[in-house]
Design a protein around this ligand. Structure first.
Ligand code: NDP
Length: 448
């Protein structure tokens, strides 16, 4: 590995020893760009890598709210604005008890390269809170979102930082956040948040975008080997926004999703999750809190495996769609032993670095998260464009732009890997293509 790259990774391991997920993400990106740094000695002169591992700023703040019993509750909020070399900061908000500085740093770092890959002018950020929305009433969610925005509003703006949803933050939460932003600032600044509902400035297809984009990318992975999605079986995790979009598009294109999962376990539906009734049931579970995975299994004659992940189920394609590090080396061994040929990461960093290496070295084609799941942020970028032009595009127009962006990411990744002697390696290619766009912008903009 390039000595400069090695030195910067070492310094991150020491300085950010309390942030394991961030270290994992830095190693993944920087090990891919070692050859590129060899070819650009000027990067070391301008301290490029040291600047790339230090966020522009990271804030944490207190969120005080009152629950339904009248008790005062305190949570911690975060925003890591990592890099705005190519555009205003952009990245989701996550409400989940596991949220901590390491997760926020890793997600904001990752977002920087993902956003660069879309070809749009979007910088990288991430934020959220350790608040757990799962056992809260609608009023509690509203009061929490209002309390969050009461502090958060000072960091964002349509040309500064544009947050969106992520785990635990969907259309309902974005609505409450936006309402409070307007109440505080008095400005109907629609471009300050993306993922809004249609009635007040959202984009058609935003809810489906991450899942649809992932399947468009997957289709290119198969097309590379002269294959099609029709009749291919797919194992996926999660039953959230991303899983739902993936399942809908897979079903439309004739593939057969077999599993969904959550913290409680997984469902294996041998008949395929392809009927609109089943897909709507999954939507209702997430959006309206109706039913559960075990209820799904009972209603549709499927198996429910409590407390387990779905990776033992045999399928042509695997698509993790739930959370970080959900596939470790033992899971990767199961996936390879099952004869899976294609592995598309839909959640952020779902696979440990060791597991990715194992999959790659056993002939599995791996589509990396920062490329595969970039459709969500891409349509958020299209939502920002529509807001600034004060128009609304048709679903067909948004869908065709989404398709073009995903295909562009795939072809740019293939070309970048080939150009730097990495062969057909989509993981390395995505890292190189995203990195080069940020690196060139930073070099152009001077040292700061
Ligand atoms: P949702 O909150 O809609 O769904 C998350 C799903 O993951 C749920 O089914 C949840 O099940 C499951 N899950 C979460 N944490 C765990 C855990 N620790 N163990 C097992 N299951 C878990 O989130 P999204 O679908 O929006 O996001 C999923 C992933 O995709 C995240 O990594 C996110 O960062 C990424 N992503 C999302 C985008 C978007 O547009 N929404 C865009 C790009 C990336 P349960 O509730 O039972 O825990």
């Amino acid at each position: 590995m390039n000595k400069y790259v090695e030195r910067v990774i070492d310094s991150v391991c020491k300085k950010d020893a309390d942030k394991p997920e961030f270290i994992q993400a830095v190693k993944e990106v920087f090990s891919s760009v070692s050859n590129v740094v060899d070819a650009h000695p000027e990067f070391e002169k301008v301290g490029l890598l040291e600047r790339l591992v230090e966020p522009d700023r990271a804030v944490s703040f207190r969120i005080t709210w009152v629950d339904d019993t009248g008790r005062t509750r305190v949570n911690r909020g975060y925003r890591v604005q990592f890099n705005n070399a190519i555009g205003p900061y952009k990245g989701g908000l996550r409400f989940h008890p596991s949220v901590n500085p390491s997760l926020m740093h890793f997600l904001a770092f990752e977002q920087t390269y993902k956003n660069a890959l879309t070809g749009l002018n979007l910088g990288g950020a991430k934020g959220g809170s350790d608040f757990d929305p799962r056992d809260k009433s609608n009023w509690e969610i509203m009061r929490f979102c209002q309390a969050f925005m009461t502090e958060f509003y000072r960091y964002i703006g349509d040309d500064t930082d544009v947050p969106a949803g992520d785990i635990g933050v969907g259309g309902r939460e974005i609505g409450y956040l936006y309402g409070q932003y307007k109440r505080i600032t008095g400005i109907a600044e629609r471009g300050v948040l993306s993922g809004k509902n249609l009635s007040y400035g959202g984009s058609l297809l935003r809810p489906e975008a991450t899942g649809y984009g992932a399947v468009y990318y997957l289709r290119d992975m198969l097309a590379h080997d002269g294959r099609e999605l029709r009749n291919k079986t797919v194992v996926l995790s999660g039953y959230g926004n991303v899983s739902w979009g993936v399942i809908r598009k897979l079903a439309e294109l004739g593939a057969v999703p077999l599993t969904v999962s959550g913290s409680a376990g997984y469902v294996y539906d041998r008949n395929g999750i392809t009927d609109p009734e089943k897909i709507n049931y999954i939507y209702d579970m997430r959006v309206n809190g109706v039913g559960s995975l075990s209820d799904y299994a009972e209603k549709f004659g499927a198996e429910f495996h409590a407390g387990q992940k779905p990776w033992a189920v045999k399928a042509d394609i695997v698509m993790p769609c739930a959370t970080q590090n959900e596939v470790d080396i033992d899971d990767a061994k199961l996936i390879v032993a099952n004869g899976t040929r294609y592995y598309a990461e839909c959640s952020n960093m779902p696979t440990t670095n060791e597991a990715v290496d194992y999959l790659l070295s056993n002939g599995v084609t791996v589509g990396p998260a920062k490329a595969v799941n970039a459709g969500g942020v891409a349509v958020s970028g299209l939502e920002m464009a529509q807001n600034s032009m004060r128009i609304a595009w048709s679903e067909d127009k948004v869908d065709s732009r989404l398709y073009d962006i995903m295909h562009g990411i795939y072809t740019a990744s293939v070309a970048a890997a080939e150009e730097h002697g990495m062969g057909y390696n989509l993981v390395a290619g995505a890292n190189i293509a995203g990195f080069m766009r940020v690196a060139e912008s930073m070099c152009d903009e001077g040292i700061y």
